[in-house]
Design a protein around this ligand. Structure first.
Ligand code: GCU
Length: 414
């Protein structure tokens, strides 16, 4: 028997492979109205828009576009950060014409040793930009943060002691040494992660009277939308190669990264780190977390429509392999961790495998694998997968795989 890996998991989950049963995935190469897809042109013109619409209407909710008035301000630039190895910039992205309205703060590190526009890894963080590195210059977020007794966070406010708290998840020095930039922003800038968070987040700030429609975006949508706004900034910064941006996300932020990458083809690569249910893992495979459990524990993450499928994921018009396929033909990395059975490593692997036919339409090199690979043995070409030993986390091992993957697909040589 596998241990209970999530303390909150009391119901609506399954760790018994024998109970998974059989399921039939919705077809990847047949449109919802029954047309066969046999070419990349048909995929782009018919299946891609049809699937995006199904995911928006039934799972994540609809995303608004780029707001009028979007603008950027560089607040700090240090050309000798990290002991002279990097350039540090802190940028505020304003979503309205005023410098007082809704905004997000981006922390950007660029490698100094590389000439010309550099490829960048981008992603949202869980606890504030100042937790990504101990660097005292990083602005401490003033926004709502989740209380954390162990870290001394009370009253939902971040403090000096939490600098570098999540540094092991970002390995800034390693990324810089390999010739990549790193851009990150706090996900709470877009929406505080609790059921009432939307009231102070961008979902309500951008629309004067928020009426919750059945296909209204949720917090995952808000975080995904913020990732695209980061991309809007990258396109204006000559130090960044906006054609080589790899979007990375862990867990709930991994779900958002996949949704952002599916919608916004400007992201040249997408990396899902243990995104699990509602992310890379198949919904129809009843293992680990389930749709019902996801929607009851986190009612604010998805669209209201998604809740209709709580007890009948088999009736969803989509499954998550189709979300992965929406990244095609761009390189996609799906990573699991063995002790994170909650995210269903096997369901993530099978989902990545089931997405391959979309990549084949583009004549991309893919490797079909019937068996789960061994621990710490990445497999695949354009769609790559690993199951790391250890817990639900982002580690140096994970990053080393992502850096190798990016080197290969972005042609980055050191
Ligand atoms: C919970 C949730 C998962 C999510 C994870 C995380 O475990 O059930 O769906 O991915 O939190 O974001 O760490």
């Amino acid at each position: 028997n596998l241990p209970l890996l999530n303390v909150n998991a009391q119901e609506n989950f399954n760790y018994d492979e024998a109970k998974v049963g059989t399921y039939l995935l919705p077809s990847l190469l047949q449109t919802p109205d029954g047309k066969k897809i046999t070419s990349s042109t048909q995929w782009n013109n018919l299946q891609r828009p049809a699937l995006l619409k199904l995911f928006a209407d039934n799972v994540y909710g609809r995303l608004p576009g780029k707001p009028r008035g979007l603008h950027f301000k560089v607040n700090l630039e240090d050309k000798a950060a990290l002991g002279g190895k990097a350039i540090l910039k802190q940028i505020t992205i304003y979503f309205t014409p005023a410098d007082t309205g809704a905004s997000m703060d981006v922390l950007l590190y660029l490698p100094k040793q590389v000439k010309g526009p550099v490829p960048v890894f981008a992603g949202l963080n869980f606890k504030g930009n100042h937790t990504v590195h101990t660097d005292p210059q990083i602005k401490i977020t003033k926004r709502w943060v989740a209380d954390d007794k162990n870290a001394g966070i009370t009253g939902n406010r971040a403090n000096e002691n939490t600098r570098g708290l999540q540094a092991s998840r970002w390995v800034v020095e390693e990324i810089i040494a390999r010739g990549y930039g790193l851009a990150t922003a706090y996900y709470g800038d877009l929406e505080p992660d609790h059921p009432e968070g939307w009231q102070t987040g961008i979902r309500s700030q951008l629309s004067k009277s928020l009426q919750i429609q059945p296909n209204e975006w949720g917090a995952i949508g808000a975080w995904a939308w913020g990732m695209s706004r980061m991309m809007d900034y990258f396109e204006t910064d000559p130090a960044i190669n906006a054609k080589k941006v790899a979007l990375q996300g862990h867990s709930r932020i991994g779900k958002a990264a996949l949704w952002a990458g599916a919608n916004d083809t400007r992201f040249a690569m997408v990396i899902s780190n243990e995104s699990g249910e509602g992310g890379a893992a198949l919904a129809r495979r009843w293992y680990g977390e389930t749709v019902a459990r996801l929607n009851s524990a986190f009612p604010h993450w998805f669209s209201p429509n998604y809740k209709k499928f709580n007890d009948k994921p088999n009736e969803l018009p989509v499954d998550q392999h189709q979300l992965l396929a929406l990244i095609a033909p761009r390189p996609l990395y799906v990573a699991s961790a063995q002790e994170d059975q909650w995210s269903d490593p096997k369901g993530e692997f099978l989902s990545a495998q089931a997405a391959l036919p979309a990549y084949q339409l583009f004549a991309k090199k893919v490797i079909h694998q019937n068996e789960m690979p061994g621990l710490n043995q990445p497999v695949g070409e354009t769609v790559r997968y690993h199951n790391r030993s250890g817990k639900h986390d982002v580690t140096l091992y994970d990053w080393q795989q992502y850096l190798d993957f990016a080197d290969k697909h972005f042609g980055n040589k050191q």
